[in-house]
Design a protein around this ligand. Structure first.
Ligand SMILES: Nc1ncnc2c1ncn2[C@@H]1O[C@H](COP(=O)(O)OP(=O)(O)O)[C@@H](O)[C@H]1O
Ligand SMILES: [Mg+2]
Length: 246
């Protein structure tokens, strides 16, 4: 079943076009990449789904329901969660407080919130060791893990992650990616915006390529990784000379 499905979605910021005619789907347990250059419209797609911007046109369907009829303020509670670019954790609060605050956002009683925190800590043992620390004192990679863990407090049906690898050391990127793969394997749909295209193709089932607000290519990641247009534009090497790549 598709968790999210967009058809012909167009978003404007005043007179500026964010994206136009975007169609995409993410199914249960699927992990899908949204790639493109800076300004291509990747964040706009995520913001339209989470309700931070309102599409001008198009159909948005979330688990069979018209998404536009679900108020943005209640979307997190329904399981639509965006981990924003730049992590946006609260640096002067502790790791525990960051997680607890995320739990408040999704409602439920105290017992339920404690249960959710317990479940999240089991999944993210690294954070368990840091609960009393100020979030701002964590490394960049740990902060990204915390940001994803905050998202998981909402028990998302769709987890959208915007550029999680930005500024992280390579081995930390790998841990973050392992987490996303694990989250998807447990049934959550994951929509990943990533500028590291090579990495994104390795862990995703399918990908969409955005260019100037439009989807120009889409398909299985393994096929796109060999597509000469993708190779030339995003993988920084000529299609005919893979040895020259990075
Ligand atoms: N708040 C905004 N106001 C005006 N234009 C915006 C705003 N946010 C994004 N845009 C424009 O929309 C387009 C897509 O931006 P964005 O979705 O942020 O791209 P990406 O995440 O791929 O870098 C760009 O042309 C960008 O300048
Ligand atoms: Mg962006």
């Amino acid at each position: 079943m598709n968790v999210i499905s967009l058809s012909d979605m167009t978003v404007f910021y005043g007179p500026v076009r964010g994206v136009s005619g975007v169609s995409l789907t993410v199914g249960e347990g699927e992990i899908v990449a949204l790639i493109g250059a800076i300004g291509a419209g990747r964040s706009t797609v995520l913001k339209a789904i989470s309700g931070l911007v309102k599409p001008r046109e198009g159909e948005l369907v979330f688990r069979g329901d018209d998404l536009r009829r679900i108020a943005p303020a209640t979307r997190v509670r329904r399981g639509l969660v965006q981990v924003p670019e730049g992590r946006r954790i609260f640096p002067s609060l502790t790791v525990r407080e960051n997680l607890e605050l995320a739990g408040f956002g999704v409602g439920g009683g105290r017992a339920q919130r404690r249960e959710r925190l317990q479940a999240v800590l089991e999944r993210f043992p690294l954070l368990g060791d840091h609960l009393p620390r100020l979030a701002g004192m964590l490394s960049g990679g740990e902060q990204q893990v915390l940001a994803i863990a905050r998202g998981m407090m909402a028990e998302p049906k769709l987890l959208m992650v915007d550029e999680p690898s930005l500024g992280l050391a390579p081995q930390m990127v790998e841990s973050v990616y392992d987490l996303l793969v694990q989250i998807a394997s447990e049934g959550t749909a994951v929509l990943l915006v990533e500028q590291n295209v090579t990495l994104a193709f390795e862990i995703t089932n399918r990908a969409y390529v955005l260019q100037q607000g439009e989807v120009v290519l889409s398909g299985p990641s393994s096929e796109l990784a060999d597509d000469p247009r993708v190779v030339a534009a995003y993988l920084g090497r000529a299609a005919a000379s893979p040895a020259a790549g990075s």
